[in-house]
Design a protein around this ligand. Sequence first.
Ligand code: ZN
Ligand code: ZN
Length: 420
Amino acid sequence: MQSVEETTTCPDCGHRIRVDRRYVTWCEKCDWNVDPTPLLDPTPAWRLRLEQRLADSLYRELEQGAIHRPGWDAARIGAGLLSVLILLLPLTAFLTGIALLLFYRPLWFSAILALLALTVAFLFRPRLGRLSDDAVLLYADEAPVLFGVLDEIATAVGTRKAHAVAVTADANVGYGQVGWRFRPIIVLGIPLWAGLRPQERVAILAHEFGHGRHGDHLSSWLVSSAQHVLFGLRMTFTEGHVERHRRAWGVDDGTGATMAARVLNATVGTLVRGLSWVLTRLELRSGQRDEYLADRKSGEIAGSEAAAHALERSLLADSSYDAMVRALRFPTEVEPLEAVRSAVTGVPARELERRLRASRIRETRTDATHPPTSLRTKLIRTRPATSARVVMGIDQSTNIDRELAPASEQVLRDLKAELG
Ligand SMILES: [Zn+2]
Ligand SMILES: [Zn+2]
């Protein structure tokens, strides 16, 4: 343990800053080196500025108390309508294929055209939500304590109870609806879950169930299906690697075919990219509002401090994941989940603060679905709910870990095998 505190001078503003060799050195006065590894982000600067402005305006709107009722706000209606229009493409292709087979003759000719149309319909068909193959499913009879808490939180939020819990090795906790019946599933990523304190667990779960209540799953399903169509079209009508190289090396043969491709890329491609951008923006707006609303629910149910702390812990999720993978790759006497816990609990407040500030810069542009964590914790703390409606004791939390143990072990085994 070092007893004398090491300091240095900020190269930008001359402020004296503390140095902890285990973490990044940064300046709390001018934010120097807050984000030492900026992402290589190809997004143009004007779009980053626009996104930052959108994020700020939404925050201010919510801070002033204008939290709109969840549901179909203007952005969501726009996104839904646009998605329906886009999804007419696979539907039209499907109907065309059928009509060709039924009414058009000679059959050999109509069959070829129908095959084309039906292939397009098949490639662009809307897909149902499904879980990743790596997830280990857990049901109520296998984990009564966990499901007891889940049911209590779902009831407090006022949403459907979880059908199952999916344990994964990812560094996140999530909510999803799967299959034709849109059954609610709670996804528990162990690197994040293991590092949470009991009441933070309540907070995170309340946030996720909050999505079940506010998030309109019909609309997000429509939008993701439409995005899938647009993605396929974008791939088809964007100048590819090969074409670019050929042009660069002057081996472009200038034939009619390449000319036609270029015209299509310039017209259809531009239209598709534009549509995709508009749809993403609309979805971003309504999605971020959902996140703030889910945070508010989380504060009401777990207490505001626990809700804010849980979000701050999520900023450490990547470090927890790395600690887990390290422990799996180079086994010591420290269990992987123990490594996760110490990676989270040992982090000093100053490092947490740095990550919060970095999230302000970073998340606006990278995480389209979530507003920056610093804004979320700030909003939770502006109208604090001091008491909690659901309380998880330490015993309960330990029992839940015991119930999760077989599933987590299996997930860790699978990941270890994958790491080789
Ligand atoms: Zn400074
Ligand atoms: Zn969320």
